[in-house]
Write a protein that binds this ligand. Structure first.
Ligand SMILES: [Fe+2]
Ligand SMILES: [Fe+2]
Length: 313
């Protein structure tokens, strides 16, 4: 294989999804060798071997296939899992999956994401109270993937509270999960920067809105294309002070996401130099922007109530 295409490390927790994908491993001498061909599952014996082997890899040519296989495997049991399994396990797998999915958004990695969101909406509608706990489970590593999963869970909770029709809930949940997809094209060092950014650097971060729009628009799946506008709008403000366009006529999806995105980021340590605020303090801070005419008052109030109430209004 050419040297500029790297082997993709395979997550151990995902190995059982890869029946149809050839898997490779690193031999003690440091070479990469075939572990199992496509069409072979892990037997008990191979699972035992698995623990003796540290690193598994996927060939770059199988990257998209491997993402699809993981999404398919995860989706197929998700609805039942929500009622039975440990929520933190589901969230961990989901966050890992989103992370993997976001590694190839331009290559088609998002194709099966609507299905994942639909399964979650279905699962959550059986047990709405779990949404609150789901959004609260946190991991040490705060990534765009974890942020996106949290924004999605909070958004579905809001949708349930305001009795948004199911088709709209699915769309808004998907828009929430993919709102920051454009960040995959912002240099990671800028996203993690602890110093003051230059205007040019800040412009690069702001561009995640238009990049996200372009990525989502490039899909053939209608449900993905439909939410591109919300990704573009999630940093716009009603008084025109937002970006990328400073527009004031923001769609409903865009107005919801701007509030929930902000709440999620400030209730987590989204930047190394910032300390997370409590939900109450976060709401107070966001209310300043609501009072200043930047964010939607009614959506804000409903969202605040949705954090504590699970009964529909
Ligand atoms: Fe964003
Ligand atoms: Fe965000």
């Amino acid at each position: 294989m050419s040297t500029n295409r790297k082997w993709i490390p395979a997550r151990k927790t995902h190995l059982h999804y890869y029946d149809d994908i050839p898997l490779y491993y690193r031999t003690p001498s440091g070479n990469i060798s075939l572990y199992k061909p496509a069409g072979m599952s892990f037997t008990h014996e191979s699972l035992e071997r698995k623990y003796a082997i540290d690193e598994f890899f996927i060939h770059p040519e199988n990257r998209l296939e491997s993402i699809e296989a993981a999404q398919k495997g995860f989706n197929s049991s998700l609805r039942d899992q929500i009622s039975n399994a440990e929520l933190s396990d589901i969230k961990n797998s989901l966050t890992e999956l989103v992370e993997e999915t976001l590694s190839a958004p331009r290559a088609g990695g998002l194709t099966r994401v609507p299905m994942t969101v639909n399964q979650l909406v279905d699962g959550f509608s059986i047990k709405p109270a779990v949404i609150k706990n789901f959004a609260k489970i946190s991991f040490n590593d705060y990534t765009t993937a974890l942020h996106s999963v949290n924004v999605m869970a909070l958004t579905i909770g809001y949708c349930y509270y305001v009795s948004l029709p199911e088709d709209q809930t699915r769309k808004l949940g998907l828009a929430a999960l993919l709102h920051d997809v454009g960040k995959t094209e912002v240099p990671p060092y800028l996203l993690k920067a602890t110093r003051r950014l230059s205007d040019d650097e800040f412009d690069q971060i702001k561009a995640h809105t238009t990049r996200g729009y372009e990525i989502l628009k490039s899909y053939k799946e209608e449900e993905i294309v439909e939410i591109a506008g919300a990704s573009m709008e999630h940093h716009e403000k009603l008084d025109g002070s937002g970006y990328p366009h400073g527009k004031t006529d923001i769609s409903y999806f865009g107005r919801v996401l701007s509030i929930i995105d902000c709440y999620e980021a400030i209730t987590n340590d989204d930047r190394p130099y910032r300390t997370a605020l409590s939900p109450m303090n976060a709401l107070e801070l966001i209310k300043k922007d609501v009072d200043a005419g930047k964010l939607d008052k009614k959506i804000f109030r409903d969202f605040a109530y949705s954090l504590t109430n699970f009964k529909r209004k």
